[in-house]
Design a protein around this ligand. Structure first.
Ligand code: HEM
Length: 416
């Protein structure tokens, strides 16, 4: 007889409704209920393993144990990720495609993102001098301009349309009904337009900066030396454009943190890069964004006495791992200083996934996210002054992505 125990398993037939209701806290709640960091549930009729914690993240990111093929639900692929992109690849194919992403994350290109971010915020404030705006909405406009310029998409007359289309892809990714269809239409419009651009670049009809992602991705060759299908290049370009705009969610939470934790803001006035970094890390740890990530068990294996069966869908709790009291003292307190002592494990602080960048699925844009947020934080704390009218800063724990109710209104904005 095999020497393993059954994983704790939820009793009733299906837990999709509970997942929708409990959102970010679904796995976290059950970790206590079952006194186990690994348990089985049933989502959309499918038996699903759930895991939370540092050791569990280490297991999840073991490429010999888990694979990504056919892991993401098809409705999420049709909105958030796109089809046949890097997220669903495994092994050598994934490694090669991921290298294409990491090749544009050089210090030089990341510095350009920082410069563009500062420039676009400066322009936005000039437009709204002494007025008021909704930080989340303005951040989407600012970051769409940053994304388009950095990727080297030729100047658009209809940049406003791009703001809406790129936002639809992450704001309504998990929606059902009309919002889901709107997100799918936005994806297909953006993909069509990008595919044509790739063809024009390949034929020499359009010339763009050869160091930038648009050209690099359009001319990238796969492991067999072939150019990627234009449809796949379009999906991968959207894997840059969409999440850059999605950083607006963190921008909104950053401005809330500045308002709600003034004692922490004092440290930011000396323009000390480390302090900006700690504050942004704590924003990414504290506030909800991606609830979990998903893979499938590659082959049967036993771990810590539990049996993992080949093909089983498996969720790793990202939000819950960032709030795990075993690794984070007083996890529900906002304390940037905790990052002074953080050892930098790739498995306990995983807002954008864990493990390694090159051979794993950790977010390709994590360094860029931190850079954009640091520039934005410095801008709001040290470069402008503003007032914050009374408003509702609460956010839901079951809407994904979660956004503060008011989307953060500020007024009487002035450059210092
Ligand atoms: C808004 C902030 C962001 C959040 C919360 C976020 C979160 C994530 C998460 C959770 C994953 C999946 C990790 C996994 O499955 O193990 C991921 C993957 C990815 N992210 Fe991000 N991300 C953000 C920003 C960005 C940016 C700015 C870019 C690019 C410019 C980017 C590009 C990617 C790519 C290409 C992948 C797929 C990596 C792979 O499958 O190997 N992300 N991100």
């Amino acid at each position: 007889m095999a020497d393993y125990q059954d994983m704790p398993q939820e009793k009733s037939l299906d837990h999709t409704i509970a997942l929708l209701k409990e959102g970010y806290e679904f796995i976290y709640h059950r970790k206590d209920k079952y006194d186990s960091r690994v348990f089985k549930t049933r989502i959309l009729g499918e038996v699903t393993n759930c895991m939370i914690g540092k050791k569990e993240a280490q297991l999840f990111y073991d490429n010999n144990r888990f694979s990504r093929k056919d892991a993401a639900p098809s409705r999420i692929q049709k909105t958030l990720f796109g089809q046949n992109g890097v997220q669903g690849l495994d092994g050598a194919k994934h490694h090669h495609r991921k290298a294409m992403f990491m090749s544009v994350m050089t210090r030089e290109l990341l510095d350009e993102v920082k410069e563009l971010t500062e420039l676009e915020w400066d322009r936005a404030i000039t437009r709204h001098q002494e007025e008021e705006f909704i930080v989340y909405e303005e951040a989407k406009r600012v970051l769409t301009s940053v994304a388009m310029r950095w990727v080297s998409i030729p100047a658009q007359e209809a940049e406003n349309e791009w703001v809406n289309e790129l936002s639809d892809l992450f704001e309504d990714a998990s929606a059902i009904g009309p919002k889901h269809w709107k997100a799918r239409m936005s994806r297909s419009k953006a993909e069509d337009w990008l595919e044509q651009l790739v063809l024009d670049i390949r034929s020499g009809k359009k010339q763009v900066d050869q160091n930038r992602p648009l050209y690099q991705f359009s001319t990238h060759r796969d492991l067999s030396g072939q150019l990627l299908e234009p449809a796949i290049v379009a999906v991968e370009l959207l894997n840059l454009l969409r999440p850059i705009v999605a950083i607006s969610v963190y921008v909104a939470f950053t401005v809330i943190a500045v308002e709600q934790f003034p004692q922490e803001v004092e440290h930011l006035r000396q323009k000390d890069d480390k302090r900006l970094q700690y504050f942004i890390q704590e924003v990414r740890r504290f506030y909800p964004f991606f609830p979990f990530t998903v893979a499938r068990v590659k082959e049967d294996f036993e771990w810590n006495g539990f049996m993992f069966e080949k093909g089983t869908l498996t969720l790793l709790d990202l939000y819950g791992t960032n709030h795990d009291p075993d690794n984070w003292e007083q996890p529900d307190h906002f304390r940037p200083g905790r990052f002074e002592k953080w050892e930098g494990s790739p498995f306990d602080f995983i807002p954008q996934g864990g493990g390694e960048f090159d051979i794993g699925h950790r977010c390709a844009g994590e360094w860029m996210t931190i850079d954009i947020l640091k520039v934005t934080l410095d801008f709001f704390v040290n470069r402008i002054s503003y007032e914050v009218p009374n408003q509702d800063f609460t956010y839901s724990m079951n809407e994904i992505p979660s956004l503060p109710e008011s989307k953060v209104k500020i007024k009487n904005i002035r450059k210092k």
